[in-house]
Ligand binder design. Structure first.
Ligand code: NAD
Length: 498
C-alpha cells in the first residue's frame, strides 16, 4: 500500500477523507510512489476557516517577528536542501544539481521575505496643508491562495507564501498533483521554524479544488503559475469573482544570436538553456534566432546538444531527467512528428530515446530543428520538452520582429559583442525579462519576475517590491492635531485642506 499524501490544515498534517486519489509516479519507472487526495469540500472549508481565524492574530504580530520567522525558515531550508532535492528527484526526476537549484532559488525569496520591515514602509509628507500631515501604511489583505505547477515544486511555492505571510496574510497553497510531496516537506520545515497554527494551509487536489479557491468569498488574492489556458481561466474567473489575481502562464522564449557573438559561449548557453531540465522550464530557450552568418553555427550547436543524454537522477552523468508523465512525453513526440511533416529539418531527433535499465521512463532525447518558420506548430506551441527550434534571419531588426510578433513575453536573450546591438534589443524587445549574453535571465528576488504579454495576466508580479504590493493594501492617513496656538477658523465648505 503506497503512502497517501497528507493535507496540512489548521496546523496539522491530516489524512484526507476523500475517495478521489491520484497516483504520484516516479517518471523514470512509472512506479506509483504515493497517492494524492483531492480535498473534500469540507476539508477546503476547514482550511479557509482556519486561515481566516489565524489572520486575526497573525496580522498583529510585529513585522520584525514575522521577519525572524523567515530568517529561521531560510536557515532550515538551507540545512535540508539536499533532503528536499531528493524528494524532487523522486517525484519529478530532475537531476540532483538541478533539484538543489530549484530549492535554492526558493530560499533566495525567503531571504528577501526576511527583509519585510523595509519593504513594508509607507510614505510620509509633513505639512501637506498648514499643520496637516499625510502618511501611509501597508496592511495585509487577509487569506490569500496559491496554485502551483509541477516543474518547480520548491521554488514556485516559495515565490508565493513566504512573501504573502511576511506581509501579514495567511495562505492556502494548492500544489501540483503531479509532484505534491515536496511542498509537504517545506510546510514541515515552516512549522519547525515557528510558524503559528493556521498561517499556512496545504490542500491537495486538482481542478475541483482550484475552483473552490476561485469561488470562495473569503479568499482575497490568488497567485497562479501554470500553463496558458489554465492561467487565462484562473485570471478571468478570479477577477470575475472580484479577487486580486496574478497568473504566470506559458512561454516561448527566443535567443537571438548575432554573428559577432562568442561562438563557444553561444553553444554552451544553448545546450543548457534548451534541453536542461528536459525543457520543462518556463524560461527555457526554445527558439534560437540566428542573425546573418551566425546561422553557420547551427550544425555545431546541434552536435553539442547531441552529446547530452537524459537519465535517472542517481546517474551523475545524466544531463536531465524524464518528462513528468507519459502524456507529456506523448505530446512532445507528436509535436516533433508534426514539425517533420510541416517541413522543418530535424537535424537531431530524440524521439526514439532509450535509457538503459529504465525502459518505462518518459524519455525524450535532445532534439533540434532548423528551417523553422513562425507558421509551424513547433514554433507556435510551447513544447515543454528538450526540443530546440532554430530560425535564420538577415538582420537584428528581423529578429526583433519575430520576437515581438510572438504572443508570449516571458524571457529572451541576445548574444552579441556589440553594446549597440544589445542596447537596441533591450530597448525595443517586447518581453519582460531580457538577458544580454545570459540565456535564462531569471531575476533575483530583490527584483520581480516580470513576464509580459501572454506569459502573464495581472498587474503586480512575483516577489520583490511588486509582491508586497500584490499582497497588501495601502492605507493613507491625513492628520491634524489641534494646537492652542492655531487660531480656530469657521467651517471649511470646500474640498481643499486648510
Ligand atoms: P498546469 O496549468 O497544467 O497546472 C498548474 C496548476 O493548475 C496545477 O496546480 C493544476 O492542478 C491546476 N490546474 C490544471 N488544470 C486546471 C484546470 N483546468 N482548472 C483549474 N486548475 C487547473 O501547468 P503544469 O503543466 O503543471 O506546468 C507547466 C506550465 O507552467 C508550463 O506552461 C509553464 O510554462 C508554466 N510555468 C510558467 C511559469 C511562469 O513564471 N510564467 C513558471 C513555471 C511554469
Amino acid at each position: 500500500m503506497t503512502q497517501q499524501v497528507k493535507h496540512f490544515i489548521d496546523g496539522e498534517f491530516v489524512t484526507s477523507n476523500s475517495d478521489k486519489l491520484i497516483p504520484v509516479t516516479n517518471p523514470a519507472t512509472q512506479e506509483v510512489i504515493a497517492q494524492v487526495p483531492c480535498a473534500t469540500a469540507e476539508e477546503m472549508t476547514r482550511a479557509v476557516e482556519s486561515a481566516k481565524a489565524a489572520f486575526l492574530t497573525w496580522k498583529e504580530v510585529p513585522v520584525s517577528e514575522r521577519a525572524r520567522l523567515m530568517m529561521r525558515f531560510a536557515h532550515l531550508l538551507k540545512e535540508h536542501q539536499a533532503e528536499i532535492a531528493d524528494i524532487i528527484c523522486r517525484e519529478l526526476g530532475k537531476t540532483v544539481e538541478d533539484a538543489k537549484g530549484d530549492v535554492w532559488r526558493g530560499i533566495e525569496v525567503v531571504e528577501q521575505a526576511a527583509n519585510i520591515p523595509s519593504l513594508m514602509m509607507g510614505e510620509t509628507v509633513e505639512n501637506v496643508a498648514r499643520s496637516i500631515d499625510t502618511y501611509s501604511y501597508i496592511q495585509p489583505l487577509g487569506v490569500c491562495a496559491g496554485i502551483t505547477p509541477f516543474n518547480f515544486p520548491a521554488m514556485i511555492p516559495l515565490w508565493m507564501f513566504p512573501m504573502a505571510i511576511a506581509c501579514g496574510n495567511t495562505f492556502i497553497l494548492k500544489p501540483s498533483e503531479q509532484d505534491p510531496m515536496t511542498v509537504n516537506k517545506i510546510a514541515e520545515l515552516f512549522v519547525q521554524a515557528g510558524a503559528p497554527k493556521g498561517v499556512l494551509q496545504v490542500v491537495h487536489g486538482a481542478k475541483e479544488q482550484v475552483d473552490a479557491i476561485l469561488h470562495h468569498p473569503d479568499i482575497k488574492a490568488i497567485s497562479f503559475v501554470g500553463s496558458v489556458n489554465v492561467g487565462q481561466y484562473i485570471y478571468k474567473t478570479g477577477t470575475d469573482n472580484l479577487k486580486r489575481v496574478q497568473a504566470f502562464a506559458g512561454a516561448k522564449n527566443h535567443m537571438v544570436i548575432m554573428p559577432d557573438a562568442n561562438k563557444q559561449q553561444v553553444v554552451n548557453a544553448l545546450v543548457g538553456a534548451s534541453v536542461g531540465a528536459a525543457g520543462q522550464r518556463c524560461m527555457a530557450i526554445s527558439v534560437a534566432v540566428f542573425v546573418g552568418a551566425a546561422a553557420e553555427w547551427i550544425p555545431e550547436v546541434a552536435a553539442a546538444i547531441g552529446k547530452v543524454r537524459p537519465g535517472v537522477y542517481t546517474d551523475p552523468n545524466a544531463a536531465y531527467g524524464p518528462q513528468i508523465s507519459p502524456q507529456a512525453r506523448a505530446r512532445v513526440l507528436s509535436l516533433i512528428e508534426q514539425g517533420k511533416k510541416e517541413g522543418a529539418t530535424c537535424v537531431l531527433d530524440g524521439s526514439d530515446c532509450k535509457v538503459e535499465g529504465y525502459p518505462d521512463g518518459n524519455w525524450v532525447g535532445p532534439t533540434v530543428f532548423s528551417n523553422v518558420t513562425t507558421e509551424m506548430e513547433i514554433y507556435k506551441q510551447e513544447i515543454f520538452g528538450p526540443v530546440l527550434t532554430t530560425m535564420q534571419v538577415p538582420t537584428l531588426q528581423d529578429a526583433l520582429k519575430v520576437v515581438n510578433d510572438s504572443p508570449y513575453g516571458n524571457g529572451t536573450s541576445i548574444f552579441t559583442a556589440s553594446g549597440a546591438a544589445a542596447r537596441k534589443y533591450q530597448h525595443e524587445v517586447e518581453v519582460g525579462q531580457v538577458g544580454i549574453n545570459i540565456p535564462i535571465p531569471v531575476p533575483l528576488p530583490f527584483f520581480s519576475f516580470t513576464g509580459w504579454k501572454g506569459s502573464f495576466y495581472g498587474d503586480q508580479h512575483a516577489y520583490g517590491k511588486q509582491a508586497v504590493r500584490f499582497y497588501t493594501e495601502t492605507k493613507t492617513i491625513t492628520a491634524r492635531w489641534f494646537d492652542d496656538d492655531i487660531p480656530v477658523s469657521g467651517p471649511n465648505m470646500s474640498i481643499n485642506l486648510r
